[in-house]
Ligand binder design. Structure first.
Ligand code: UDX
Length: 456
């Protein structure tokens, strides 16, 4: 078995304890794991990242870390599948031996000084590997606590027989409908329930749980989670991007023209539009989005990721004829942006988002109000919280229709409702930023996590 090793010129600092991190190979999971690596490196740990070849991070962007690549055995059709549950299931089988082998080699080095393993919570097989080497394993969850709490309860919801009535409110969450539970489209639903059960079992065996969230934002969810997992220490230390930017872990090159274009616009005038690294739209939906943007008459910066349109390999070929002429300089389109810089830019006044958790947190932390268009999984729960609980966004209620879109954009960017949302977004931002200052919760939680790891 081949194991490629790249050390990127890392010097072993004598006496430093080493952390071994293993991210799930998706943009929305790799970025927070590498941000966590940076946070813990700054606290005095050495860092080794074990990663799959599929969606490999770029080691040269992180010269302080050691990167170890393991073969993931994915066939071409498996690597390109949209069925995330099927892919996770295969990866949790294929990676067992390569991961074990890699860890064994690392631990055989008497200078390795490994304190613990930190893996994405979805890598459930790693708990038994950690046990076999007698090293502690902590898990990282990259979504909100609420959405994950609902996900781990899916088998219970199913057993009580009420997953079939899509319009029903969720027990204990009257604002959520059953159709908004964090479900995935998968060819075999049994895979999902098996995956969730394995994840839950291995969380219980883990040495701790790290969250990219603020205790203040999700206090109630955290309380429930602690009740369900009373023996697992919890560390809500988000938002990671406030400590370290995610830009160096971007799998796609970020187009800097977004910022030069934004520099020419007036304050809070631009709607930023992006639907993350995985969401897709049909050609019809894409056209409605395009017409909605034109009809709104508001300036926009739009991230059209290649393959954003289902089944299309080209980039902007599906835009309506004469689209750029109609927009007349009022809009700018890129394949991928430096999202955190964009959201922090003075010209950005709103974010039309799919509500992936990273995007949601990045928007909340910059005080940018949102238009919510969730597509799947945790995004549905995040969107409901943004619109109905934290009240910092408008929910499009999946109405991907040009008239509805144009109205929502105008409401957010120039209406009085938008002004109220902007004000509340700013208040929330201020409250959360306070928590990052020394002595408050997220910050002191990082100190608590550091001491805890050193005590293991
Ligand atoms: C996925 C899931 O869809 C999401 O629901 C889950 O919470 C994490 O995994 P993704 O869809 O990519 O992630 O969304 P999100 O969590 O928002 O992460 C996207 C990341 O890409 C963000 O950190 C964002 O800053 C970055 N990004 C996005 C860019 O750097 N440039 C862009 O143009 C768009």
């Amino acid at each position: 078995m081949e194991i490629a090793t790249e050390t990127c010129g890392v010097q072993q600092i004598k006496g430093r304890r080493r952390l071994v991190l293993f991210p799930l190979p998706y943009q929305g999971h790799i970025s927070p794991m590498l941000q966590l690596a940076n946070i813990l490196y700054s606290k005095g740990f050495s860092v080794t990242i074990i990663h799959t070849r599929f969606n490999s991070p770029n080691p040269s962007s992180h010269p302080d870390f050691t990167f170890l690549s393991i073969p993931d055995g994915l066939l071409e059709h498996q690597a390109s599948t949209k069925d995330i549950i099927a892919l996770n299931t295969v990866l949790n089988v294929n990676c067992v031996e390569p991961f074990k082998d890699c860890l064994a080699k690392l631990l055989a080095d008497e200078d390795s000084n490994v304190a613990c393993l930190i893996t994405d919570v979805m890598w459930h097989f790693t708990q038994s590997v950690a046990d076999s080497f007698e090293i502690p394993r902590l898990v990282l969850r990259t979504t909100s606590v609420w959405s994950f709490h609902l996900m781990v309860n899916l088998p219970l919801f199913r057993a009580s027989g009420y997953l079939s009535i899509q319009e029903e409110p969720v027990q204990g969450h009257p604002l959520l409908k059953v159709e908004e539970l964090p479900m995935f489209k998968t060819h075999n639903l049994e895979d999902l329930y098996r995956l969730v059960s394995s994840v839950v079992k291995e969380i219980k065996a883990s040495a701790g749980f790290i969250w990219n969230t603020f205790e203040e934002l999700e206090h109630e969810a955290m309380t429930k989670f602690v009740q369900d997992f009373p023996n697992v220490p919890m560390f809500p230390i988000g938002s990671f991007h406030k400590y370290f930017s995610a830009s160096s872990s971007s799998l796609i090159e970020q187009d800097q023209s977004s910022i030069t274009w934004l520099n020419t616009r007036s304050p809070k005038s631009v709607l930023y539009v992006s639907f993350g690294s995985l969401a897709e739209f049909s050609e019809t939906e894409f056209l409605e989005i395009a017409w909605g943007l034109v009809n709104s008459m508001q300036p926009f910066l739009w991230v059209v990721r290649p393959r954003l349109i289902r089944g299309c390999s080209e980039w902007l070929e599906d835009l309506p004829n004469g689209f750029m002429a109609m927009v007349n300089g009022r809009g700018h389109i890129v394949k991928w942006a430096h999202q955190q810089e964009v959201l922090a830019h003075f010209a950005v006044g709103g974010f039309w988002t799919h509500n992936g958790w990273n995007s949601t947190l990045e928007s909340i932390c910059e005080g940018v109000p949102m238009i919510c268009l969730p597509r799947f999984a945790d995004q549905m729960v995040n969107a409901r919280y943004v619109s109905d609980i934290w009240r910092v966004g408008l929910h499009l209620e999946n109405k991907i229709e040009r008239g509805e879109i144009g109205n929502a954009i105008r409401k957010l960017m120039v209406g009085s409702e938008g002004e109220e949302l902007r004000q509340r977004s700013n208040e929330l931002k201020e409250n959360l930023n306070t928590s990052l200052r020394h002595g408050d919760s997220s910050c002191s939680c990082v100190e608590r996590l550091t001491s805890y790891i050193l005590s293991l």
